[in-house]
Design a protein. Sequence first.
Length: 94
Amino acid sequence: MRSKRERCPNCEKRRVLGSERICKACSAEYYDGALCSRCDLDLDSWGYCVNDRCPFYCSYQDEAGSIVEPVSDEEWKYITKIAHRRHGSAGDGQ
């Protein structure tokens, strides 16, 4: 099944648009350098956390939702592994 292409309002190119109605390239520019407020990991091109255990993995950080639990010591180890894979460094963790 092919996704429908529409004109992105930011770049005027015909591309598949995301949930915010802009293309992935424009979304990536918007989220470039942005970090997850919980995990301190870089956000992906669509603005989600890359940690699959984080509540912001499938929702934006400004969306209303349940109370976000603090990161446990076990999860910090997992986050450090993700940071190491993505950047080639161990990250600073807590």
